[in-house]
Each structure stands twice: as structure tokens, then as C-alpha cells.
Design a protein around this ligand. Sequence first.
Ligand code: HPA
Ligand code: ZN
Length: 339
Amino acid sequence: MTVDKNWLDKLPKVELHLHLEGSLEPELMFELAQRNAITLPFDTVEQVRQAYSFSNLQDFLDIYYQGANVLLVEQDFYDLTWAYLQKCHEQNVVHVEPFFDPQTHTDRGVAFETVLNGISRALDDARLQFGISSQLIMCFLRHLSEEAAFATLAQAEPFLDKIIGVGLDSSERGQPPEKFSRVFAKARELGLLTVAHAGEEGPADYIWTAIDDLKVSRIDHGVRASEDASLMSYLIEHRVPLTVCPLSNTRLCVFEEMSQHTILKMLEQGVCVTVNSDDPAYFGGYMTENFVALAESLNMTEQQAIRLLKNSVEASLASEQRKQQILEMIALLPADERG
Ligand code: HPA
Ligand code: ZN
């Protein structure tokens, strides 16, 4: 029996791999462009959606950075984050650990504080209004220099109470994690946790160096781990979580078809895999849609959905108390809905 969308919608969910800039829907992009008197290279929302056809990560990144140009003042960052959190509320996402890319904005002259304050205010409001807990992760753009990453970390220093950790995103090929070993060491000295995108388009070796050199708490994507048997054993033995993003992987041609996706195979092998949306405005869906895609194309069972979700709770950076609360929410589902 296939799992139904309504059941997946009701399931309390946790999102660990979400770029706030990637949740910018074309409608809000137009609204912000108008508000900020910015001319977009598109006339309609439909034209924007039509442009969202990518053959690899770089294709997507070019459009994603262009879209972020409409974000200028604190209210823009608030509205962006709030729109995402409203979607979380609709889909019963109860805990989120979003990424933001400060360099995308500071390089355009937007102050670091402007970005962080807008995002933080929306996260605070969602905690109060929706009961959604959150931990914010600041990413460095790996196509930029180590020096630029150090400068960004310095800008963040006065605000470390608002940031739980640092991550690494953008173009992966030719940009190995070890390029940022010293920046990540400094971040850890400052008490920050670390995560990194690795093994999305890049080789399994990048997953090793993210673990060994950057001391990450989890790997973002990591699907290419399956090419290295000893790495798979390590991930399983040490419960290193992977934040997998099924719709992203098919939209960026990491897998040609959803039916070829390896997430459930990895789950059955004992890897701590989790389901996430990455850049939902660009890839055709939020959390529920990602779970639905697995049900439709891979025959995911209710039990597998629950195990994926429990992995997300385990992999999250939430307090132990909050993790227990979320596990209790899952346990409280009526028996026929628990799978
Ligand atoms: N990979 C790397 N960088 C990114 C991504 C991604 O999937 N999304 C936004 N920035
Ligand atoms: Zn990502």
C-alpha cells in the first residue's frame, strides 16, 4: 500500500537541509523586486518557473544567486524566512535548521546584521506563534577564498548567540572541504558546530575530508558515499547523518530519475539518512512533496517514513529535551497513523 499524502502532511517533521535563499518563491521575488525598484530579467512568474530547468548544480546556482539580488533590507530577509516558516507550519514541520549564505548579500553591500536580524526575527516569531523550534547555520561559499570565509566568520562573531554552526555550500567540483580546514578550526574554537555539503556532485573523497578535516556533525547530501564501501561502513558504524534532498537530486541530475534514488537502500543498509528540501522554490517541493516523491517512485512504506523522521531527530542539533518532545509527538500519532 502506498503511503498517502495526507498522512505524510500530518507527520511531525524536521528539516535539516534548507537554504533560506532557496525558499524564495517567484511571487515573493516579484514583490520584493517591485518594493526595491529592481528590474528582473523576467516579465512573469511563469517565465521564472520556466527558467528553472537545470542540468547540473552550477546551472542552478547561477539562477539562485541572481534571484537573491532582490533581498536588500531587513524586512526582505524577514519576509523570505517567514514565508518558509508558514509553509513549515502548514506541513507540520516542527523543527528546522536553515542555512543562510551571508556572502551572497555582503558582497552586494548588504550589511551582515541586516541579513541576520531579519532571519532571526522571523525564527523568533515562528517559535512563539507556531511552536517551530530552530537552529541557524551560516554557510561559507566554497567557490570564494579562504580569506573571504575568515572575514565572514569575523563578521559573525558578535552574533554567535544566534548561530549554532557553520556549513559549506555552492559549487562543489574542484572545491574540496580541506580548502576551509583552518576556517572551520577557528569556528570550532569559537564554539560553533560544523556541517558541510559533500558528495552531491563531488567525489566520495570529499566526504572523507569533511569528516576528517572539518570534523562535521553531519554531511549535507552525501549520496555519492555509495561509491566507497569503506566510507559506507564508517558512516554506518559512526552514525554520521546524511541530509539527503531527493527532489534536489533529480532536478540537478545527480540521479536521472527518482526511481534510481538510493536513499531507501541506504536506510536499509543502516545509514542515518534524512529527508530534506534543499531549495524548495527551485526544485518543486517542500518537505511533504519530498516524502511524497519517495512514496510514489520508491514505494516508501509508513515504517520507512517514520525511521527517516527519527533519523532527523537523532541528527538534529536541537536540545535533548526538544528531541524527546518531537519523538513523543511521533509516538502520539494514532496507531494506524504511526505505520
Ligand atoms: N549544493 C550546493 N550549494 C547550494 C545548494 C546545493 O544543493 N543549494 C544552495 N546552495
Ligand atoms: Zn544544499
